[in-house]
Design a protein around this ligand. Structure first.
Ligand code: WQD
Length: 337
């Protein structure tokens, strides 16, 4: 059962490869190494005892992708992570995002569309909801106008898949992640943000280690209990396990809908200040921070209604915010040694 994982050396991709190999899947990873490094393969091998097959491949190259699928016609499932994911960068450089997040998706789907059957899992995001009206957010919440080209590529990606499954033998699952954080408990793999981290948790762990002088908290005037924005922070290993379960659901192919959508979160919202205080508790460090203006494009609150993932997928996030932050802190300390 060969499973292709695109972007499989990335943050969520690498953790998913670990869980796939733990479940006995034969994994083939492609990655263009633009936002990761080959050393992640070693981390996966240390954890699972097996190094996955790997090919460096830039999915924006249509001919190379076609050639790849000619050489690998035994792929039964694809988990598609490969994409650019920095919200701010997408605003400055939208065409980079439309090329990388849309063209690459189209070329991968073209590699599958002629197959007798294919299972396709798409890495989507809660960002498609924008600021949802009702918390917790259900999968049938309305899709708002995207707040960024990054978010738009996730919305467009979902729509492309919905159109393609209607006229092909592809069955798909769209996984809408909330805020993935943390690292594998072994600290052999984790998040490798390049440059100044855009996301909260890597910025916090780097500040905790003294690599950053202080954290800027983007606004404390939101209509939330402590004034700071609320998100649903999910441990990346919990997220990875959901991908394996979703793939098994597709491969079992028992009278499935052509495409299903699941929110992947913990179901609990945490504010920025709560994350800071929880980090201080797990690290024993006082975190220097200052309140500054809101960040353009940020929403007040987003946390998942996880009933569908719990009941239909039979999956539930297990790790607490504390455990997730502790794993992020352990990873940060290890990579800076
Ligand atoms: C979380 C909260 C910030 C940094 C985005 C994408 C989403 C996913 C995760 C890819 C917000 C606040 C942050 C900082 C801060 N991306 N913050 N100071 O924006 O919820 O989601 O990243 O998969 O699709 O939309 O995540 O970690 O950037 O921010 O105060 O230095 O932390 O304002 O309230 P976000 P984030």
């Amino acid at each position: 059962m060969k499973v292709l994982v695109t972007g499989g050396l990335g943050f969520i991709g690498s953790h998913t490869v670990v869980e796939l190999q733990n479940e006995g899947f034969e994994v083939l990873v492609v990655d263009n190494l633009s936002n990761t490094s080959l050393s992640v393969l070693e981390g996966i091998e240390v954890i699972t005892g097996k190094i996955p097959a790997f090919e460096k491949l830039d999915l924006r190259d249509k001919d190379k992708v076609q050639d790849f699928f000619k050489r690998h016609n035994d792929i039964s499932g694809v988990i598609h992570f490969a994409a650019s994911k920095a919200v701010g960068e997408s605003v400055e450089n939208p065409l980079l995002y439309y090329e990388n997040n849309i063209n690459a998706l189209v070329y991968v789907l073209q590699g599958l569309e002629k197959k007798n059957e294919a299972s396709f899992i798409f890495s989507s995001s809660c960002t498609v909801y924008g600021q949802a009206e009702k918390m917790p957010i259900t999968e049938d919440a309305s899709i708002q106008t995207a707040m960024s080209p990054y978010g738009n590529t996730k919305q467009i990606g979902e729509e492309i898949i919905i159109d393609v499954v209607k006229v092909s033998n592809i069955n798909a699952i769209l996984l809408r992640y909330f805020n993935p954080i943390g690292a594998h408990p072994s600290a052999e793999i984790g998040e490798l943000p390049i440059g100044v981290p855009q996301n909260l948790v890597p910025f916090i762990t780097q500040t905790g280690l003294g690599l950053r002088t202080e954290l800027s908290v983007y606004g404390d005037d939101y209509p939330t209990p402590d004034g700071t924005a609320v998100r649903d922070y999910i441990h990346v290993v919990d997220l990875a396990k959901a991908h394996v379960i979703a793939l098994q659901r597709l491969l079992n192919k028992k009278n499935l809908a052509k495409v299903e959508t699941f929110n992947l979160g913990t179901g609990t919202g945490s504010s920025v200040l709560e994350v800071i205080h929880t980090f201080e508790k797990v690290s024993g460090k006082k975190l220097p921070y200052k309140i500054v203006d809101r960040r353009e494009g940020d929403i007040t609150s987003a946390y998942a209604n996880t009933d569908k993932a719990n009941t239909v997928l039979g999956w539930k996030a297990k790790s607490t915010l504390e455990q997730a932050l502790a794993s992020a802190w352990k990873w940060e300390q290890k990579i800076r040694k």
